[in-house]
Ligand binder design. Structure first.
Ligand code: PHE
Length: 455
């Protein structure tokens, strides 16, 4: 078969594609957000719902975005425009692309601030701050960082500059090559941390917390949070995966590649949880500490273990890399959109997009100190006590992503022909039928139920 003679080139291009997708999906969502959300939502039941969402909604949805992108071959808005025109469907579906760009912009504004926290912890590791930490001072250390708008601003700015730098320079290829070794390194380091967690004496407790569902602890809002996080962690509902799909050659097997990305993303998140919760319980820390959870637990571990200085440094460097590759993919849609619709060059568009994101990031920076008590929607019970950062997180993960996700699966499931879809997905008839049931029924009905019940 001629396929054989080409198989190497195909394999390497598929590798590059999968790597880019993993680079976007594995990031702060896995290591920072997943553990703290699990802790806030009471553990195992949240994890179970999250896993169900990942495999029943996230996986079919990832495949849908890729196949749309491959069919349209353009940026998300133009892709949806072309496909709807060809299939004679309403232009309103283009809103999927618009909502996606908005979502990516809002997310990056706070993502960069958290990426900045990780940068700050690199510096702390370098000056060996972790070695004298105890249960109290690890919290104080984090609290002091948050209390200083100037420090947060500096780190946020640095993270944004790093992101803009890569997107401007078009050196994403270099970063991707680096990611090829750094991602596995991150996984290895997480496994080592899990190994350390096993020595704390609370490993069984931590594992049970993650994997024994106690449904009395989960709320409807927790279920919506799990669903939204499935989208967040897989970079779905923002047109990003659609854009990646547009570079996809016809011979890449979408189903298999999607499964690889989803499994890797899930494994990294679960490893992070397995590393963190034993440390939480062994030291009597608060599992529901919120967004500071990893920053208030892992440094304790680094302070206690032999060579912890080095491990701490490595960990935060790798975390920054993972966040960086995700941040680049978050900036890209806005840059492309500006470049297409304005006379600005690529460089100009990137700088404008970056500056606009940086500026909105100030809202998050101030949410942790000066505006800590400012709850703009506090007059509504549902949003009581939510800072601007909380609202940005809420609006993106619990509104925008699930809604654009819903629109995408509805479009693919109900407004595209079976034969066209079949020709895009090179999989067994059984797997295809299963995917179609997920896209037509399970995912949309699931999203609608979760959505309505939490409102
Ligand atoms: N998936 C990334 C993470 O888990 C974040 C992200 C969201 C990146 C949306 C791109 C788009 O950290």
């Amino acid at each position: 078969m001629s396929y054989k003679s080409h198989s190497h080139a195909q394999w390497s291009s598929r590798m590059a594609f999968v790597l880019a997708a993993v680079g976007s999906s594995v990031g702060l969502g896995n290591i920072w957000k997943f553990p703290y959300m699990t802790g806030e939502s009471g553990g195992g039941a949240f994890v179970l719902v999250y896993l169900i969402c990942i495999f029943l909604v996230g996986l079919p949805m990832l495949m849908s975005e890729w196949l749309l992108g491959r069919l349209g071959q353009k940026n998300p808005i133009s892709t949806m425009g072309d496909i709807t025109r060809r299939l004679k469907r309403s232009r309103a579906w283009v809103l999927i692309g618009v909502a996606g760009i908005l979502g990516a912009y809002l997310i990056l504004s706070f993502y960069s601030v958290i990426g900045g926290w990780a940068l700050a912890y690199i510096q702390m590791a370098v000056v060996d701050t972790f070695s004298e930490l105890n249960n109290d001072s690890v919290g104080t250390l984090f609290g002091n960082l948050l209390a200083s708008p100037v420090e947060l601003l500096l780190w946020h700015s640095l993270f944004m500059i790093m992101t803009i730098g890569v997107v401007v320079g078009g050196v994403a290829g270099g970063l991707e090559r680096a990611a090829k070794t750094l991602m596995p390194a991150l996984a290895v380091l997480l496994v080592l941390l899990v190994g350390y967690a096993a020595t704390t004496g609370a490993f069984a407790e931590g594992a049970a917390y993650l994997f024994t569902p106690d449904f009395s602890k989960i709320t409807r809002d927790g279920i919506l949070a799990a669903l939204g996080h499935a989208f967040f962690t897989l970079s779905l509902g923002m047109g990003i995966m659609m854009a990646y799909g547009s570079y996809l050659s016809d011979d890449v097997n979408i189903g298999r590649s999607a499964l690889i990305v989803v499994v890797m993303d899930t494994v990294i998140a679960l490893l992070a949880g397995l590393a963190i919760f034993p440390i939480v319980f062994a030291n009597g820390l608060d599992a529901a500490a919120g967004p500071g959870l990893i920053f208030q637990t892992l440094p304790l571990a680094f302070g206690n273990m032999a060579g912890g200085w080095l491990f701490g440094l490595l960990f935060f460097v790798l975390l920054v890399f993972a966040a960086w590759t995700s941040a680049i993919s978050l900036l890209e849609p806005l840059v492309e959109w500006i470049e297409e619709r304005s006379p600005l060059s690529r460089v100009g568009s990137t700088i404008v997009a970056g500056l606009a994101t940086w500026a909105l990031g100030l809202a998050t920076v101030l949410s942790f100190n000066v505006w800590g008590d400012f709850a703009p929607l506090g007059m509504f019970d549902k949003f009581a006590g939510m800072t601007l950062f909380d609202l940005l997180d809420y609006v993106t993960s619990k509104l925008l992503l699930p809604l654009t996700g819903l629109a995408t699966v509805l479009f693919v499931g109900w407004f595209m022909g079976r034969d066209e879809l079949r020709s895009q997905l090179n999989m067994s008839d059984g797997a295809f039928a299963l995917w179609r049931v997920a896209v037509r029924f399970i995912a949309p009905i699931g999203v609608v139920i979760v959505f309505i019940s939490s409102l």
